[in-house]
Design a binder for this molecule. Structure first.
Ligand SMILES: Cc1cc2nc3c(=O)[nH]c(=O)nc-3n(C[C@H](O)[C@H](O)[C@H](O)COP(=O)(O)OP(=O)(O)OC[C@H]3O[C@@H](n4cnc5c(N)ncnc54)[C@H](O)[C@@H]3O)c2cc1C
Length: 385
């Protein structure tokens, strides 16, 4: 393959967004993913309003409305939060132009990738093996196309290949610490009484610092899952599938399972939080975005919106770097400082709150009890999503 201007590795929310934004600027973009689309991705499928708004701003509104019509995107307007001792609250989401959505990633990512291709991106299925590095500079990638290994050169590589990124493994010197990571499991439950247009969060002692969720995808179907910080999870010697059974057996959940209910797609996946202040994400000729750059919120585990924000910033910095003819680490470090400005304040608050929940879970009970069913605490939790 001849040299390309930009290679984006991974066509999840981060990669497709970065590729789409750059193609709309008239850039030559090759987007590589090891999978064909549509494809599943283990996730809670909760796409915050901010991510939906970003897609509207980039012209994908018609596609989103058609997906809502087809029942692939399920709008959510409220949240329910239950504390360890069973105090609870229902809270309305703040008014925004667009609703948050629960949309299985099989639909969401395919829509994004399709929008990227319509914006001028060239998509190719290929398993990337790693960067080509010459004189301490990334100059392309080595990848398997249709069973044969090839090298494709480019001016810049944007790595968006998710939490187990081969690009990050080759470029980053440090290991992501366990206390800034989580493990989570999710499944689809068919035949579950849902709270219409409402997402549910359950904080209870055996899962803190973490939570279980029920996110409705249809009138009697939901994405159900739970996650926990990896270091604490290891201390429990528990099994995530057993924890799922425990959750589904809770007195508040079990009666909602209808006769003949079934569970599909039970799978686990790791998460890397963005709660370390200085993560290196800019290199000579390469940027790490989305989960490859560890942008997940340490309280909620939400990463879709942050991955798309990191993609938007990466696209802008790449555009400027190409205009300046300077793809050095020194120039691309603007990406790191702009991500810090935009994402770090919220990330830091979320991390403090996560630690506080871990050390003093009883305060959740106290706060929810004192709130008397009012939504202040719930909204604080939600604003971190
Ligand atoms: C159980 C669980 C629940 C979650 N729930 C939520 C939620 O409800 N809301 C939320 O906002 N976030 C949630 N997250 C986080 C969210 O899933 C991620 O933050 C988000 O997917 C990040 O997007 P991304 O594009 O960076 O990476 P990904 O979505 O992982 O996309 C990476 C892409 O790269 C491709 N790829 C990987 N390796 C290669 C390779 N070597 N060569 C070529 N292609 C490659 C993959 O096929 C994939 O398409 C959850 C995560 C987990 C694990």
């Amino acid at each position: 393959m001849e040299e390309r201007e930009i290679i984006v590795v991974g066509a999840g929310p981060a990669g497709s967004t970065a590729a789409m934004v750059l193609a709309r600027e008239g850039r030559d973009v090759l987007l590589l993913d090891r999978q064909q689309f549509p494809r599943d991705k283990i996730c809670g499928d909760a796409v915050p309003a901010g991510a939906i708004e970003l897609l509207y701003n980039y012209g994908a509104g018609d596609k989103i409305e058609a997906a809502i019509e087809r029942g692939e995107f399920y709008p959510v307007k409220k949240m329910y939060l239950a504390s360890p001792r069973g105090y609870d609250v229902h809270a309305e989401f703040a008014e925004t132009d667009h609703s948050s959505m629960i949309t299985p990633r099989i639909y969401f990512d395919a829509l994004l990738k399709e929008h990227a291709v319509e914006s001028g991106v060239e998509f190719c299925q290929a398993q990337v093996m790693g960067p080509i590095i010459e004189n301490d500079r990334t100059v392309g990638v080595k990848a398997r196309f249709n069973g044969s290994t090839e090298e494709v050169r480019s001016k810049v590589v944007i790595a968006a290949d998710g939490v187990s990124s081969v690009m990050a493994r080759a470029l980053r010197d440090d290991k992501h610490p366990l206390e800034h990571s989580a493990v989570a499991v999710r499944a689809y439950i068919h035949g579950l009484e849902i709270m219409p247009h409402e997402v549910e969060f359950y904080l209870y002692n055996s899962i803190l610092p973490g939570y279980a969720w029920i996110f409705p995808t249809k009138t009697d179907e939901a994405n159900v899952g739970l996650g926990m910080r990896t270091d604490k999870f290891k201390e429990t010697n528990s099994d995530l599938n057993d924890m799922m059974d425990e959750f589904l057996g809770l007195p508040s959940i079990k009666p909602r399972l209808k006769p003949g209910w079934k569970m599909t797609g039970l799978k686990r996946w790791p998460l890397k939080f963005g709660s370390i202040k200085k993560i290196k994400r800019a290199y000579n000729g390469a940027l790490l975005i989305g989960d490859a750059g560890a942008f997940i919120n340490p309280l909620t585990g939400g990463g879709i919106h942050n991955s798309m924000i990191s993609a938007r910033i990466a696209a802008d910095v790449t555009q400027r770097a190409l205009e300046a003819g300077d793809l050095s680490e020194a120039f691309l470090e603007q990406f790191e400082s702009r991500c810090d400005d935009e994402l770090w304040p919220n990330m830091k608050k979320a991390y403090l709150m996560q630690r506080w929940l871990m050390n003093l879970p009883i305060t959740v009970d106290v706060l929810l009890k004192l709130s008397g069913g009012k939504s202040g605490f719930a909204n604080m939790f939600l604003s971190k999503l």
